[in-house]
Ligand binder design. Structure first.
Ligand SMILES: NC(=O)c1ccc[n+]([C@@H]2O[C@H](COP(=O)([O-])OP(=O)(O)OC[C@H]3O[C@@H](n4cnc5c(N)ncnc54)[C@H](O)[C@@H]3O)[C@@H](O)[C@H]2O)c1
Length: 207
């Protein structure tokens, strides 16, 4: 895709880390950028620095996401680019040693479910709303309608990465990211107007 003022982007999690760097990169390339994040203070700061817009969005909440897409599209037009970097997961080992009882305790199933939902279900929420919007666009000169990217993690493909100090206790996040990688490889087969570009870490859909 040729980046320009005519390829608006929505970056979730744009207030920090990977999302912030992505937002800054697109803005530097002349792309109008809308940031979705739950952190209003940091999101506004980034948006102001790059000349973009900020929309307070909770990726766990359907209505909040719908309102965010409506506001961003009203401000800069239908997005051609969507990069989903926001993540809302939970921590906890499946089994952990419990000092009090001297035995093991298991991770609460509801906590695990919330952690998976914050990655896997939230990713579907963002990607499906964006895909629907992009499907109504005319293809550009190169034949693409748009591009949705969901950065997962190498940990989605190799559980050993969850054994190191930084990742231990992220059973739910890892399961959610594995699901995202698999979903990306399945989704193009379910949608008629979609051209599939690749899958795995840094998965990408081309529309
Ligand atoms: N940083 C890395 O090295 C790395 C490597 C591989 C994969 N990843 C993946 O990239 C993604 C982003 O990682 P990061 O390091 O930039 O994280 P980060 O914590 O710096 O940024 C995440 C952003 O998501 C926002 N957020 C949290 N809950 C939200 C919610 N409910 N609604 C809306 N926004 C919410 C936070 O406010 C934050 O701005 C994650 O999925 C992560 O697993 C990161």
């Amino acid at each position: 895709m040729q980046l320009s003022k005519d390829t608006p982007a929505i970056i979730t999690g744009g207030a920090s880390g990977l999302g912030r760097a992505t937002a800054e990169g697109f803005a530097a390339a002349g792309v109008p950028v809308a940031i979705f994040d739950i952190n209003e203070e940091a999101g506004l700061e980034v948006a102001s620095a790059i000349g973009g817009t900020f929309h307070k969005v909770n990726i766990l909440d359907e209505d909040s996401v719908v309102a965010g897409f409506e506001a961003a599209r009203a401000a800069q037009g239908q997005e051609r680019i969507c990069v989903h970097c926001a993540m809302a997961s939970t921590r906890g080992k499946t089994l952990a040693y419990d000092k009090e009882s001297g035995g093991y305790k298991k991770l609460d199933t509801d906590t695990y479910a919330r952690g998976v939902a914050g990655v896997l279900v939230a990713s579907f929420r963002i990607a499906s709303h964006s895909a629907l919007g992009m499907s109504a666009l005319d293809p550009m000169e190169d034949g693409e309608r748009g591009c949705i990217t969901m950065p997962a993690s190498v940990a989605a493909e190799d559980a050993r990465y969850f054994c190191d100090a930084a990742h231990v206790g992220r059973a739910a996040a890892g399961a959610g990211q594995s699901g995202c990688v698999r979903a990306v490889s399945e989704t193009p087969r379910q949608a008629g107007r979609v051209r599939f570009a690749g899958h795995g870490t840094g998965a990408q859909w081309l529309f």
